[in-house]
Design a protein around this ligand. Structure first.
Ligand code: ADP
Ligand code: ADP
Length: 231
């Protein structure tokens, strides 16, 4: 699914350059559920931006679902992003003034899915996250946990190869955070591949594998021995 080999990222600002990733090698197989951990500044966001095709590596290889990402143009990357990747963010990133249903339909509008099909897939996705009865609500009428569930539904609708989640429980209380993790576990059981950044060991304990970064390098990569199952 994901093959990253000796990946480097150097940020240059004038005469100052920062080596944010110093040669990371990671493989993620289909149906894995991975946490990325590490202190602030260790390169997690840089890695997620590259995984999400939002940024390109300075050196090294990145293969996603058979595509050699480092060889693609920015336009081609935008297409891959929409087709192959579902994004879930800490701050949900929903449009506040439109309905839940419309928010979930948005990625399909960009992908050119016809209206009827969009509607059907959006409803299905909202039902998968337990929000089939909230399709007409606007996001400011929903709780934080419900908003994040809308965002997860939105991440699913183009049948992505991988879901990338950046601190998805970071703005939620423990109970709502656990509900979100229960949904990710359910999706993972149904076959979804998920890579998630988290600072919290309790949240990482709900995943299957933890990759730890420090100073731009992978310093640990281990399976979670007793994954805590929710739900
Ligand atoms: P199978 O095809 O039999 O399911 P996989 O090779 O896909 O076996 O992987 C089995 C499990 O091992 C996966 O669920 C995944 O969590 C874990 N795994 C796979 N690759 C790695 C790896 N490089 N490092 C750590 N764990 C891995
Ligand atoms: P994390 O997500 O683990 O906090 P980051 O990937 O954000 O780590 O940062 C890794 C390193 O790269 C840090 O030293 C950070 O200051 C630097 N960095 C991140 N983004 C930029 C940028 N756009 N320009 C310059 N330096 C950056």
């Amino acid at each position: 699914m994901i093959k990253i080999e000796n990946l480097k990222k150097i940020y240059k600002n004038g005469s100052i350059s920062v080596e944010a990733l110093k040669g990371a090698t990671i493989e993620v197989k289909p149906k894995e559920f991975v946490s990325i951990m590490g202190p602030s500044g260790s390169g997690k966001s840089t890695m997620m931006n590259i995984l999400g095709c939002l940024d390109k590596p300075s050196e090294g290889k990145y293969e996603l679902g058979g595509e050699k990402i480092e060889e693609l143009s920015d336009g081609e990357l935008a297409v891959i992003r929409n087709k192959k990747i579902g994004f879930v963010f800490q701050s949900f990133n929903l449009l506040p003034r439109i309905s839940t249903l419309k928010n979930v339909e948005l990625p399909m509008i960009y992908a050119g899915v016809p209206p009827k099909e969009r509607h059907k897939r959006a409803i299905e996705a909202l039902e998968r996250v337990g929000l089939g009865d909230r399709i007409d609500h606007k996001s400011n009428e929903l709780s934080g946990g419900q908003r994040q569930r809308v965002a997860i539904a939105r991440s699913l609708v183009n049948n992505p190869d991988i879901i990338l989640a950046d601190e998805p429980t970071g703005n939620l209380d423990t109970k709502s955070g656990d509900e979100i993790m229960a949904i990710f576990q359910q999706l993972n059981n149904e076959g979804a591949t998920i890579v998630m950044v988290t600072h919290e060991p309790e949240i990482a304990a709900h995943t299957k594998r933890i990759i730890t970064f420090r100073d731009g390098e992978v310093v640990e990569d281990k399976l979670v021995e007793n994954q805590i199952i929710l739900g």
